[in-house]
Design a protein around this ligand. Structure first.
Ligand code: 6GU
Length: 229
């Protein structure tokens, strides 16, 4: 999986991705990250990439030219005529595990992070972006949202997690249930004991208990997940 992020804050993206599992995945070559600073494609001498909106109203908009030039540069680096592009916007389809699995099928993802009040619509139309939101709230820019998407997609790339079962066992697995509670040593902590069944060594009973706990937990915390879709 090759991520290319178009952003005004390339350092934020690089720093966040150079941590933990994503860092190791890059070192091992399972994923790669390239950032393109949209400001490098400013069409004036002072490096501005925003301007007032036609029709008036508050706030500035990112201009079509610099965003489109940055996208073409991404395509050039990827040796592709048209690379799959995702625009991070609260107006997009809401990101979930299913969208993550879909995005993980692409070899290259160009992720566009907007700022100010957004991006001139013509650039987005010309590129033909897939529009993605990470939830119904508003962030100041697409960068933090892009990091959530890249982190989530990365752990679906074969090899990244090492242990192949751990991605599918977790919350939002194919069964759509939350994960069961887990425990590690010590056996007793603050007078709280690890459930006996987990110490029994009886694997069928352990599996049954875990499935029951998943159901209880989902019913309590996310009853919406139990509704048929
Ligand atoms: Cl993708 N971008 C911004 N700016 N705000 C958001 C978002 C994205 N998803 C939820 N809120």
């Amino acid at each position: 999986m090759n991520f290319t992020v178009l952003t005004l804050f390339p350092e934020l993206i690089e720093n966040a991705m150079n941590t933990s599992i994503c860092k190791r995945a890059m070192e091992k070559g399972y994923i790669s990250l390239d950032t393109i600073d949209i400001r490098d494609f400013a069409e004036n001498k002072n490096g501005r990439v925003d301007d007032y909106t036609y029709g008036g109203g508050a706030g500035m908009l990112m201009q079509a030219g610099p965003v489109y030039s940055a996208y073409k540069e991404a395509c050039r680096r990827l040796n592709k005529e048209k690379a799959y592009a995702v625009y991070m916007t609260p107006q997009g389809r809401v990101f979930d595990q299913r969208v993550a699995e879909e995005l993980a099928q692409h070899e290259d993802l160009v992720i566009i992070c907007g700022h100010y009040e957004g991006i001139d619509e013509r650039a987005l139309e010309e590129i033909g972006t897939d529009n993605i939101s990470i939830g119904d709230y508003v962030l100041t820019g697409g960068e933090i949202a892009s990091l959530a998407v890249m982190d989530c997609v990365s752990r679906l790339v074969p090899g990244v997690l090492g242990n192949e079962t751990s991605a599918s066992d977790e919350s939002f697995s194919s069964e759509g249930l939350l994960e069961y509670p887990q425990y590690t040593r010590p056996e007793v902590w603050h007078d709280r004991k690890v459930p006996d069944v987990l110490l029994s060594g009886h694997h069928a009973n352990i599996e049954k208990w875990r499935h029951e706990q998943s159901l209880i937990r989902t019913r309590e915390r996310r009853p919406d997940l139990l509704k048929e879709d």
